[in-house]
Design a protein around this ligand. Structure first.
Ligand code: GDP
Ligand code: ZN
Length: 343
């Protein structure tokens, strides 16, 4: 009992200290902003957030003078949190630091749970999710399906990318082909490439031109290799290797936006690469299996769990071959992995 009270008191102190610290930081921030706003601000201009660091963001000018140049900007306190990929209205300041004055509406949001389990956007306006897999490490259909569910949930077009095509051999060809057949039958776009060379990379680049993409997938499938091959200049341009290696003292998990040479962008960060493992509800999962769409709501029981229930539309479709067993298996394993309260 005594111990518990002590803990509560300790907690209260910690919260108090944290609160005071946050208030002091907000006040300092407010002073900086007031100084900025008190000075001569430039005209309102459009910009693209290419990286964010707490209360500051790097904005690339999209109109007016110095298009394509990058300006560090402060956020006005009344603005919602900005993320990489956001389009904004900003004004240049007289001390080299600008001010964000408005956030433009987002077409899409990629969200991830933060340390407190709350879903927070990590990137905005992404319109391609490239789901990377490879002959090795051996592809896990249910992981690919998780990413597909996440893409469907976010309303973003997925592109399935089989990397390390050079490793396809007599041992893995049949199982890979079976996997690919399932996704072809669902009309998901699919490309085979080798990050180490070949003409596949050219086709991949063409598929990405003009879009804002993210790469996701299991560790070891070749995401870094693909990104480095598509953006050879990225490492030097960013000037911070630790961002890419995920190691080193200055490692930041903030997402960054890079331009492809022919137009189109890539948003990348260690956190984004695994975003598909986010929390989703049972309904989200059902809606994320595109072949279920016409069947949902047609089961005999309204609360059908598509498990063993008589008159289940999904089980009927499975029997008739309109749902692939592998996909049904994925669906079940994803549902089984949801937190209790989503059942
Ligand atoms: P990540 O964890 O998804 O970022 O994967 P990496 O890019 O670090 O690649 C993991 C390993 O796969 C490295 O040893 C790469 O050299 C290798 N790799 C990547 N792409 C290819 C490819 O197209 N073919 C072959 N044979 N190996 C590749
Ligand atoms: Zn059912």
């Amino acid at each position: 009992m005594a111990k518990r009270q002590l803990n509560r008191r300790q907690n209260w102190r910690i919260e108090k200290i944290q609160g005071e610290r946050a208030a002091r930081a907000a006040k300092r921030e407010q002073q900086v902003l007031q100084e900025l706003e008190g000075g001569d601000l430039g005209p309102e201009r459009l910009g693209l957030v290419i990286a964010h660091f707490g209360v500051q963001v790097d904005v690339e000018a999209q109109d007016g003078e110095a298009v394509g140049e990058i300006f560090r900007c402060h956020l006005r306190a009344n603005l919602p949190a900005l993320v990489t990929g956001d389009r904004v209205v900003w004004r240049a300041g007289n001390q080299g630091i600008g001010v964000i004055v408005a956030q433009m509406p987002r077409s899409t949001e990629l969200c991830r749970p933060n340390n407190h389990g709350q879903l927070k956007p990590v990137a905005a306006n992404v319109d391609r999710i490239v789901i990377v897999f490879a002959p090795a490490p051996e592809p896990q259909a249910n992981l690919i399906d998780r990413y597909l569910v996440a893409a469907e949930h976010a309303g973003i077009q997925p592109l399935l990318l089989l990397n390390k095509a050079d490793l396809i051999d007599d041992h893995n060809r049949a199982s890979l082909e079976a996997l690919l057949t399932v996704y072809r039958s669902l009309d998901y776009p699919l490309l085979e490439v080798s990050a180490h060379g070949g003409d596949g990379m050219q086709r991949l680049q063409e598929a990405l031109d003009g879009f804002t993409s993210v790469f996701v997938g299991q560790s070891g499938v070749g995401k870094s290799s693909l990104v480095n091959s598509l953006l050879p200049a990225a490492r030097t341009r960013v000037g911070d290797l630790s961002d890419w290696s995920g190691q080193g003292t200055h490692t930041t998990t903030t997402a960054r936006l890079y331009h492809f040479p022919n137009g189109g962008d890539l948003i990348d960060s260690p956190g984004i690469r695994e975003f598909g493992l986010m929390h989703v509800s049972r309904d989200d999962v059902e809606a994320g299996f595109i072949e279920f769409r016409d069947l949902l709501g047609r089961c005999r029981f309204r609360d059908c769990k598509h498990d063993r229930e008589p008159g289940c539309a999904l089980l009927g479709a499975l029997e008739e071959g309109r749902i692939q067993p592998q996909r049904m298996h994925s669906y079940r394993s994803i549902i089984a992995s949801l937190p209790e309260d989503e059942y």
